[in-house]
Design a protein around this ligand. Structure first.
Ligand code: MG
Length: 267
């Protein structure tokens, strides 16, 4: 199942189930409205339907408490900064106020001159959890989506810690929807790629993660409680690079869709 949040006719955001022509055939890509919050309990179809082209998707989830991100989780990305992979997962936090949805602008702040994209697989947590052993990780996962871990590379080096460089408003695009039907094994071997203005920049595979998803959940929940709707970013592969105002950046993961955002100078 693919769960999205959307706005139709400038109303309030609603949850909906995305039905793609590639799955069912015979109809255009559609979204079927559901009532309630799928992260909180059972939902019902309301009967309302829209063509996907007629609505505006927003972030499929607003993390209840935090986005926990993992650094240097692909060896080739660590190597492009003359670094090595850490001996245990490296975690940092992005505030939930950094989250935006598909199509919403990434704002280029005046304090940077080196703003980078980082395409990543994102895990959406489904249950309150702490100290989850790796072998039980699947029990706390609601689904998967795509993220762009937007980073001011110059401020990251200058500040030494990463709160500002990765925490600006708009620095965590998520979407286009949450896929809940994939198994851990399936998600462990998906092609991930990033394009800038249609030109290939990153191309890798989630099988190249240094620490796989179950280990990341075990590690993150060893120090913090995760709430339903919290998000874990699993790290970016090699090929990160700068964006400029006017650019369009797209992160694609096979089976999860494409997350596209424009870059706009912060005014
Ligand atoms: Mg990252």
């Amino acid at each position: 199942m693919r769960i999205a949040r959307y706005v139709a006719d400038d109303g309030d955001p609603s949850y909906g189930i995305v039905e793609l022509a590639e799955d069912a055939g015979g109809h255009p890509d559609t979204i079927a409205a559901i009532s309630g919050d799928p992260l909180a309990g059972p939902v019902k179809y309301t009967g309302e339907r829209h063509a996907l082209d007629d609505i505006r998707l927003v972030s499929p989830v607003i993390p209840r408490s935090k986005v926990v991100a993992i650094g240097k989780n692909y060896a080739a990305h660590a190597a492009e900064f003359n670094s090595t992979v850490p001996t245990e997962p490296l975690a940092f936090l992005k505030p939930n106020t950094s989250v935006i949805g598909p199509g919403e602008p990434i704002l280029y702040p005046p304090e940077t001159s080196d703003l980078h994209f980082e395409g990543e697989l994102a895990i959406v947590i489904g249950r309150i959890c702490r100290r989850v052993p790796a072998e039980r990780a699947a029990e706390v996962i609601f689904g998967y989506t795509i993220a762009n871990d937007v980073t001011c590379r110059d401020l990251q080096a200058k500040d030494r810690q990463w709160s500002r460089a990765k925490g600006y408003d708009t620095f965590c695009p998520l979407g286009p929807w949450i896929s809940t039907h994939l198994s851990l094994d399936e998600v462990a071997q998906l092609e991930i790629s990033t394009t800038l203005n249609g030109q290939a920049r990153q191309a890798s595979d989630t099988s190249l993660m240094v620490y796989p998803i179950p280990r990341l959940i075990e590690f993150v929940t060893s120090f913090t409680t995760l709430l339903p709707g919290d998000v874990i970013l699993t790290g970016t592969p090699e090929g990160v690079g700068p964006m400029q105002p006017g650019d369009s950046v797209s992160v694609q993961i096979t089976g999860l869709g494409t997350l596209t955002n424009p870059v706009v100078a912060e005014s």
